[in-house]
Write a protein that binds this ligand. Structure first.
Ligand SMILES: [Zn+2]
Length: 141
């Protein structure tokens, strides 16, 4: 299935869940849309892998930066975050999982959902997980 179809199904599912949890806003919709194509990050020509570097830096600044800032000054935390992001990208390129491997697994989806729950709460977590899982299910057809 192509990425527009993954995004369409993921958004329909995710927005319904976000509406149910009263968590519907621009950020949550973008997050849910991203979750619908995130499993294909293991495919070198997928849209999401073409955004890999940007995504790593963006996710690092969203998830890791607040933690680093608790212990270091802002300027040092930016440098540490850039080093962390570069390390993640180098490790990813070194490991390079096969297509439809670990990123298309339930384990990876649950790990991602735990992170989303920690940072964004239950509504966005469940909507993101549903969107992510819709991708895995749709890839079976
Ligand atoms: Zn896929």
């Amino acid at each position: 299935m192509n990425y527009p179809e993954h995004i369409a199904v993921g958004l329909v599912l995710g927005i319904a869940i976000l509406f149910f949890f009263n968590s519907l806003n621009l950020f949550s919709v973008v997050f849910v849309g991203l979750c619908s194509i995130l499993p294909d990050i293991d495919h070198p020509k997928s849209k999401v892998s073409q955004l890999l570097y940007f995504l790593v830096f963006a996710l690092s600044f969203i998830f890791i930066e607040p933690i680093i800032q608790k212990y270091f000054a802002f300027s040092i935390s930016i440098v540490l975050n850039l080093l962390f992001s570069a390390t993640i990208i180098i490790l990813w390129l070194a490991v390079k999982p096969r297509h439809r491997g670990v990123t298309h697994s339930l384990l990876f989806a649950v790990a991602f959902a735990i992170l989303a729950f920690y940072f964004y709460g239950l509504g966005i977590c469940i909507a993101g997980l549903a969107s992510y899982l819709s991708h895995i299910v749709l890839d079976k057809f």
